[in-house]
Design a protein around this ligand. Structure first.
Ligand code: ADP
Length: 461
């Protein structure tokens, strides 16, 4: 199959979140399955010629090669993309984001014809490339080159939809007849993600459960009705995990490498973590790790409500993260009160994250909603047992067999589950069983890519 992946951020070129990881890893996995893949993204300022060995194709198009022969095309336009940020600066989103990403979408489609690359599928991601299905079925509809090209749209987080004022609609170059309830209109405003959902051939999100949740009022951010209308075409595929980065057997950041066969060595990492974090060196006290954005979405509202209770339990807690100032302050206060229990690191620190995954006994991730979630998957691989709220991708990956899961979003349920986990930890045999099942979980990109191929086949049917 010929596939074009269109995304506004792709690892290693540009990244602000999980979308970039998916858009970087999926093409490689698809190529590994024998598919012909190309990628298109805007050329931001940080994508330098020298760092990425760019080659020139046209005056406004350069490219780089990843994997064996995947061409990554960069759409250039100094006015729109030669800026430090991808979507905005630290104060606000860029005011011309609609024009920027509609330009990117159109230019991507034109490029395909210019280089005579006719994909079977264009795989779009989030609102920034969601105009591609719209343009394909409107202004490019009568051009024979584009006939039979199908589109898939992945929604990574329905909270971000690309909503603009009605007055901006003419910038898209589309007929006003499309500004209606069956098209891009959304409560009197312009909604780009909605347009993509209406016009693409198939839709998916990054876990099966989240694909159902976003069809409900609670999680749909207003798009539940539109998705529900197309429910026969809405699917969920879990993201994969890059095991070349996340594997305790070869991890360069941890004190002692280990695997399921040498799991006793995990405890050398616990000792190391306790030392690094200046916590008492006690192997028999359960150590809980958190590596997370400090945001309400990640469960910090209920955590904040019960930190005092948690810190009085027989446990240790290592927290790495940055985010809302409110949670920074609450957590700093906790450290002052319980210096022998809590170790806090308010920063982004990849090496320390690896140490926490390896050295903790449990990984705390009580997210209120979670489209997919990577933390729990990483924790599994390190024999660190996740404790999560039953939502989205956490529902699809964590069960009583490999972790601890509570199903009412409430601080008392969280406390109860932590207590249960501490009791289980004391039972060495049971704990080893949990670790074995956790470490045997496989969330490789190859598995996800196979599911994407099935999705593309459905888009064509
Ligand atoms: P998100 O909603 O933030 O994308 P995920 O669980 O999908 O949540 O992925 C978060 C990723 O970022 C994980 O790999 C996690 O280890 C990493 N991460 C989050 N915060 C930090 C931090 N402060 N330092 C290092 N890594 C972090």
């Amino acid at each position: 199959m010929k596939i074009l992946l269109a995304a506004s951020e792709v690892v290693p070129f540009a990244k602000t979140g999980g979308l970039a990881d998916v858009a970087g890893a999926l093409p490689l996995a698809l190529e590994g399955l024998g598919q012909e893949v190309a990628v298109s993204l805007p050329r931001y300022k940080a994508i330098s010629d020298s760092k990425f060995k760019l080659q020139r194709l046209k005056e406004d198009i350069s490219y780089s090669v990843i994997g064996n022969k995947i061409k990554v095309y960069f759409i250039e336009n100094d006015n729109y993309f030669n800026r430090d940020g991808l979507y905005g600066d630290k104060n606000a989103d860029y005011k011309d984001n609609l024009t920027r990403f509609s330009y990117y979408s159109k230019r991507t489609l034109e490029l395909l014809k210019e280089i005579n690359f006719k994909p079977d599928i264009i795989h779009c991601h989030d609102w920034q490339s969601a105009l591609i299905p719209v343009y394909l079925k409107t202004i490019y509809n009568d051009d024979p080159f584009y006939k039979n090209i199908k589109t898939a749209l992945t929604v990574h987080n329905i909270g971000y939809q690309g909503i603009f004022a009605k007055e901006e609609f003419p910038k898209l170059g589309l007929d006003w007849s499309l500004f209606n309830i069956e098209g891009l209109e959304f409560y009197g405003k312009l909604n780009i993600l909605k347009g993509g959902i209406e016009f693409c051939d198939i839709i998916n999100t990054v876990s099966p459960t989240y694909s159902k949740e976003i069809q409900t009022k609670e999680f749909g951010f207003g798009l539940e009705g539109v998705l529900n209308k197309r429910r026969e075409r809405v699917f969920g595929i879990l993201n994969g995990l890059d095991y070349s980065i996340w594997n305790p057997e070869g991890d360069k950041f941890i004190a002692k490498n280990y695997s399921l066969g040498s799991i006793e060595d995990k405890y050398k990492n616990k000792e190391d973590l306790q030392k690094v974090c200046k916590l008492p060196a006690k192997l028999d006290v359960p150590l809980f790790g958190i590596v997370s954005r400090l945001a309400q979405q990640k469960g910090f509202d209920i955590l904040a409500d019960c930190f005092d209770t948690i810190c009085k339990m027989d446990l240790q807690l290592v927290i790495l993260g940055t985010g809302d100032l409110k949670y920074h302050l609450i957590l700093q206060n906790m450290v002052r009160k319980y210096p022998k229990v809590v170790s806090l690191h308010l920063k982004f620190d990849d090496p320390l994250a690896h140490k926490i995954y390896a050295g903790s006994d449990m990984f705390l991730m009580p997210s209120k909603y979670e489209p997919c979630g990577l933390g729990q998957m990483i924790a599994f691989k390190y024999g660190t047992i996740p404790l999560v709220f039953k939502t989205g991708g956490l529902t699809d990956t964590v069960s009583q067999e490999n972790g601890f899961i509570f199903d009412t979003y409430d601080k008392n349920e969280l406390i109860k589950t932590i207590k249960k986990a501490i009791v289980a930890f004391k039972n060495k045999k049971k704990w080893r069983m949990l670790q074995t099942l956790a470490m045997q979980c496989n969330f490789s990109w190859e598995e996800s890519a196979k599911k994407y191929l099935q999705l593309y086949a459905k888009a064509k049917s």
